[in-house]
Design a protein around this ligand. Structure first.
Ligand code: UDP
Length: 402
């Protein structure tokens, strides 16, 4: 189990007033109950955030449960296709798949108690639970994916459910949809005191690198991501190959898979193939709870990449920025608000652009350090869990009054 620390400890790392604001808002919500539902307890950004947020709601005396929807292989294949289609990729979704989605939602809904005052349903997988909403409860659909250009057919299917919620929450203004219900903007967040992000000593960092036999004789370029095509790991390798012609460096692709993502193994296999015969490329297939390992890798890296081609919001980007690292991200989705071009990192649109910016950062240590510092302060102000908690609490207070 990851370490949990009391909210009071966050006063030292968050902007002044953040913790007090949380207590003030929570006062209004005491003993109201909250339920979060998503599709996995481990792997990916949503699980990562719920793991940290849920205990805080409880600490604030807002009794909070976290349930997951459990599916069949066909269900996960379907929801992954939904996910890809909503992020704009052409997908063939058969009527059998739509039926499986409905069936699994119904079956799971029977096992879960929906008596909470507030329910937050995350992403498309459990969106179908809406027909269990009690009359007085407030239900929010929290969408974490880049839904700016969804495939119409899938979105129309989902919209039937979404429009029955009391509100929808998106990570970026341009993910908002034509909906009759209120829509809210909420940036995701990272927890600065979790094992993934807390300060580490040099010994701790070196211990991890020794454990994984990673020498520190060359600058490390790192991407941490589930093995997913939208994260563009093959593009990362191509960019590295260009850089490698001029600069000594080592590339680490650290990833794993989420239990609700059936495509991960194939992508990992393709990445391993592409990296063959280059001993400066290290591919780490990590277990989903390797938090301290990821923390140490991010702290050991010189440049961190998140070369996604679609991204609701890159938690890995915020994690890297919080560690004072210069990040190069794909110019897509949430990454475009996390990275302020040239100030808190660089966004890129191509393999060549990515290679160019890696070389720039490797060759300009002062600029890299300045960008890293800006990135840390920007993350402190915008992307920490305390801000996220107050966003949720404010929304709940809003609905309580409505
Ligand atoms: N992550 C992890 N192990 C891995 C790959 C990713 O713990 O092998 C974590 C990563 O550090 C981040 C989250 O999973 O906290 C990924 O969130 P992000 O928003 O970057 O992407 P998502 O996977 O949700 O698309």
């Amino acid at each position: 189990m990851d370490n949990m620390v009391s909210l009071q400890s966050y006063r030292e790392v968050t902007p002044p007033g953040s913790v007090d604001l949380i207590y003030h808002l929570a006062e209004r919500l005491k003993n109201r109950t909250l339920l979060h539902v998503n599709s996995t307890r481990l792997g990916g950004g949503v699980a990562e955030m719920l793991l940290r947020l849920v205990p805080f709601f409880n600490e604030l005396e807002i009794p909070t449960r976290w349930e997951i929807i459990e599916g069949t292989p066909l269900f996960y294949q379907t929801t992954k296709s939904f996910h890809n289609a909503l992020q704009g990729q052409a997908q063939l979704i058969t009527s059998q798949m739509y039926e499986e989605y409905i069936k699994v939602n119904k079956k799971n809904a029977r096992k879960i108690s929906f008596d909470a005052d507030f329910t937050v349903i995350h992403d498309p997988q459990p969106a179908g639970f809406i027909y269990k909403k009690p009359r007085k409860a407030k239900w929010l659909w929290r969408c974490h994916i880049d839904i700016s250009r969804p495939q119409r057919k899938v979105w129309n299917f989902l919209k039937e459910y979404v429009s029955r919620y009391d509100g929808a929450i998106f990570s970026l203004p341009n993910f908002a949809q034509k909906l009759s219900i209120p829509q809210f903007l909420m940036y995701p967040s990272i927890d600065p005191l979790s094992d993934k992000n807390r300060e580490l000593t040099e010994e701790e960092i070196n211990g991890v690198l020794t454990q994984y036999a990673i020498p520190r004789d060359k600058p490390i370029i790192l991407q941490v991501s589930r093995f997913d095509r939208f994260k563009d790991p093959l593009g990362v390798i191509e960019a590295y190959r260009i850089v490698k012609k001029y600069n000594a460096c080592r590339l680490i692709l650290a990833g794993g898979s989420a239990t609700d993502d059936p495509e991960g193994l194939q992508v990992l296999h393709d990445v391993q193939e592409a990296a063959r015969q280059d001993e400066d490329i290290i591919i780490l297939d990590l277990p989903p709870d390797a938090n301290s390992v990821i923390n140490a890798l991010q702290r050991a890296a010189t440049v961190i990449l998140q070369k996604s081609t679609k991204e609701g919001f890159g938690l890995t980007v915020a994690e890297a920025m919080w560690k004072g690292k210069p990040v190069i991200g794909g110019a897509v989705g949430g990454i475009t608000v996390q990275i302020v071009y040239g100030r808190t990192g660089f966004t890129v649109n191509s393999v060549e652009g990515c290679a160019y910016r890696i070389r720039y950062l490797l060759n300009n240590q002062e600029a890299a350090a300045r960008i890293g510092e800006n990135a840390k302060e920007y993350t402190r102000r915008n992307f920490l869990i305390t801000r996220h908690l107050s966003d949720y609490l404010a929304l709940m207070v809003f609905f309580l009054q409505g």
